[in-house]
Design a protein around this ligand. Structure first.
Ligand code: ADP
Ligand code: MG
Length: 703
């Protein structure tokens, strides 16, 4: 047997369970089970007395009790078998809904048993549903010497087929002596020694059967470090490779367009952060290598100006640029503001979107191919379209953080010498740990400073009781000429979800804010794009003063006159989303407000989110917290995030420190041995291979 052997060959598994494990948990070989780690541990050496168990004690408890008697109650689905049990400190109930016949035969009044399971306290009485029951005189024989039992996640189907969490634990116990001698070290000896890590065999043993808390922590550290090191070796090698081979256009000069704009047209002085980022981009563009840069900056930090000025550098060097926005409204806004800002600077700018008329489209395409257009602005769909440039040198992509290698490769137009430089801009603050993993092969710039004079948005939290007060406030803001947003989590009412919805809200607002003085726009995701655009446009032009919307408005539009963002049932939204929505206001010189309306009695997670929103406007702080509360899976989903591998133990949300450590170790190793060709790095080379990044095939195409 090897670790690659089919799981069915392990003692205690067999054909049927092997099939189940494969189907439900994707465990197909011995290694799969060996690397199937507990998500929690229970101290089985500890026996609680019934009297000491309260709602605050451990959720899982073990009690040693005497069986007093039984009751069988309820009909059909409600039918349940209850064993009354007691110990000297109190009484409790053990409850079964399933397997009643079996447990009825197994238990006798007067039996001494050990019952283990999740504690429920109802009306002051302890009950445990579907406990594990053992005789205290027959503790299971253990091939392992840990008094702590791993809790393995399982599925309903496995559970129904006798593979509940405890059965999996038993399988792992049975497996250990069969495989122990097969485990081969995966990290080089020198690295283990240098980092003071435990061996793989020890780590795997302790993670399943920890002998102490410290041993468990050492084991987990070793396993996490290995995973994160593998990823970092992979990503950094790709990056180094790309830097070496991906040659790009060299924009060596700063010419009259950039200088003319800078000296005559720039309407404000740049922030230090904007200057720094422009310098970073300029250096990349002049390096002779293709730039791939992610520009992060909070809403309102002035990313568009950076885009414009760096596009002028490209134009000065005789190249065309394109700027892509996620929606037509945004593309149109960019077009207008860029034309206005350029003024008499001689740069040809055009707008191409889904609603460009066919005749204009043909004309634009012809001029583009002839090199008569310098900057083309449009939607992301431009990437998909067959738009041919004469010499596209630089592409800016606004408000997008999922712009993978694959999309990048699509920018390569036929006959072009190199791939254009790429700048991806996003206001979604991606926490460092996540960026390091997702964009390890990109360079990252951050605008961490807002233009001067911006007043931070004041964020307030109210419950339903304050509704009148909030309405009065909205009225006073609108009466002094400003506009407000009111955002709902749902379009229609739902029986299942107790949240505010846009339809009811619109009715309420129509009563409270009657025309002609108050005029509303409505925008939501079920509307046709043209209807959405229309509603949006009225608000942008100031013809309506209340925008009733769902979160579809979260991205990008700029209405400086809007000063209030009301978010209904704010508890329903994630932190990142709340922050994006809040970013719609505070874009002018007036004081702006974000009002979070919630129900009373929030869950503790919701309370933390709302509290964070009222405390800080720092997008990065919020993103870090969001990642902690929700985990990166929720933030983007592993598949969308472009991670082709799955972590068995490391967590991007929680293991930032280990990740940074792994990254710096990977950097040092690659600096000395870029190809991992040295004999002492052979194991690292294998480790790296396990973590090939999604679409890495595209890299070979590009390089
Ligand atoms: P975002 O980063 O959210 O895309 P924008 O580029 O839309 O931000 O900028 C928001 C507003 O701030 C715009 O009206 C822009 O003209 C203005 N702005 C940008 N940079 C500065 C600056 N250095 N000083 C003052 N205003 C600025
Ligand atoms: Mg923007």
């Amino acid at each position: 047997m090897t670790l690659d052997s089919d799981i069915k060959f392990l003692k205690g598994v067999g054909e049927k369970r092997a099939q189940l494990l494969a189907k439900e948990l994707n465990i197909v070989d011995v290694r799969g089970l060996l690397y199937y780690f507990p998500f929690r541990y229970i101290d089985r050496s500890r026996i609680y007395s019934i009297g000491e168990i309260t709602e605050d004690t451990a959720t899982f408890v073990q009690i040693r009790v005497r069986v007093e008697g039984f009751r069988l109650i309820g009909e059909r689905a409600k039918r349940r078998f209850i064993a009354e049990v007691c110990d000297p400190s109190g009484r409790a109930e053990l409850v079964w809904f399933k397997g009643i016949n079996w447990i009825q035969k197994k238990l006798r009044p007067g039996d001494e048993i050990i019952a283990f399971g999740r504690a429920n306290i109802f009306n002051g009485k302890l009950s445990i549903v579907h406990p594990e029951v053992e005789s205290p005189f027959k503790l299971p024989d253990r091939s392992v010497d840990s008094s702590v039992q791993g809790v393995y996640s399982t599925t309903e189907r496995l559970n129904d087929n006798g593979l509940g969490t405890k059965a999996i634990y038993k399988l792992v116990c049975l497996m250990w002596p069969q495989v122990e001698h097969l485990i081969e070290e995966t990290l080089p000896e020198w690295l283990i020694e240098k980092m003071g890590l435990v061996s793989l065999r020890t780590a795997l043993y302790e993670v399943h059967f920890p002998r102490s808390q410290q041993a468990l922590e050492r084991a987990r550290l070793r396993l996490k470090f290995e995973e994160l090191l593998g990823v970092q070796l992979q990503i950094l090698s790709l990056k180094n490779h790309r830097i070496k081979v991906c040659r790009g256009y060299c924009f060596s000069k700063i010419g009259e367009k950039f200088n003319g704009f800078y000296s005559r047209r720039l309407p404000f002085s740049l922030t230090e952060a904007q200057k720094r980022v422009i310098r970073e981009i300029r250096a990349d563009m002049g390096s002779g290598r293709q730039m791939n840069r992610l520009l992060q900056g909070d809403v309102g930090s002035g990313k568009t100006m950076v885009a414009l000025m760096t596009m002028l550098i490209a134009v000065d060097n005789g190249f065309q640029c394109s700027l892509m926005a996620p929606t037509e409204i945004l593309a149109t806004q960019h077009y207008k503001s860029i034309c206005e800002q350029l003024g008499d600077v001689d740069v040809k700018v055009e707008l191409l979107t889904g609603s460009t008329k066919n005749r204009d489209r043909a004309d634009i395409q012809a001029r583009l191919a002839a090199g008569q257009i310098d900057i083309l602005i449009g939607t992301h769909a431009l990437i998909e379209d067959v738009v041919q440039y004469k010499n596209l040198g630089y592409v800016v992509i606004d408000e997008q953080h999922r712009f993978g290698v694959e999309q990048r490769s699509r920018l390569w137009s036929k006959g072009a010498e190199y791939l254009p430089h790429v700048l991806v801009m996003t206001a979604t603050p991606i926490p460092r740990t996540l960026a390091m993993t997702l964009y390890g092969d990109l360079s990252v710039s951050v605008i961490d400073e807002l233009p001067p004079g911006r007043k931070p948005v004041k964020t307030l939290h109210f419950a339903e009781g304050a509704r009148m007060k909030v309405n009065a406030f909205l009225r006073s803001e609108i009466d002094s000429g400003r506009q407000v947003y009111v955002v709902y989590p749902l379009i229609k009412g739902s029986e299942k979800l107790d949240y505010k919805n846009l339809e009811d809200g619109a009715e309420m607002l129509a009563d409270e804010f009657p025309p002609p003085r108050y005029v509303t726009s409505v925008v939501h995701g079920k509307m046709k794009p043209a209807e959405k655009e229309y509603g949006m446009r009225l608000f942008v032009k100031g013809e309506t003063n209340i925008m009733i919307a769902t979160s579809v408005i979260e991205v990008g539009v700029n209405v400086p006159n809007a000063t209030v963002m009301v978010i209904e049932s704010a508890e329903r939204f994630g932190l990142a989303q709340l922050h994006q929505l809040r970013g719609r206001v505070g874009r002018g010189s007036e004081q702006s407000y974000c009002i979070l309306m919630t129900k009373d009695g929030l869950s503790s997670d919701s309370r933390k989110r709302i509290e964070a929103m009222t405390r800080t406007t720092d997008g990065f702080e919020i993103a870090e917290l969001d990642l902690k509360l929700r985990g990166p899976g929720d933030l983007m989903g592993t598949q969308q995030s472009g991670l082709a591998f799955e972590f068995k133990i490391a967590s991007l949300a929680k293991d930032g420190q280990v990740l940074e450590l792994a990254r710096s170790v990977a950097e040092q190793i690659l600096a000395r041995d870029p190809e991992l060709a040295a004999p002492e790095n052979e194991k690292l080379s294998e480790l790296k291979r396990k973590y090939s990044v999604a679409h890495s095939a595209d890299f070979s195409m590009i390089s």
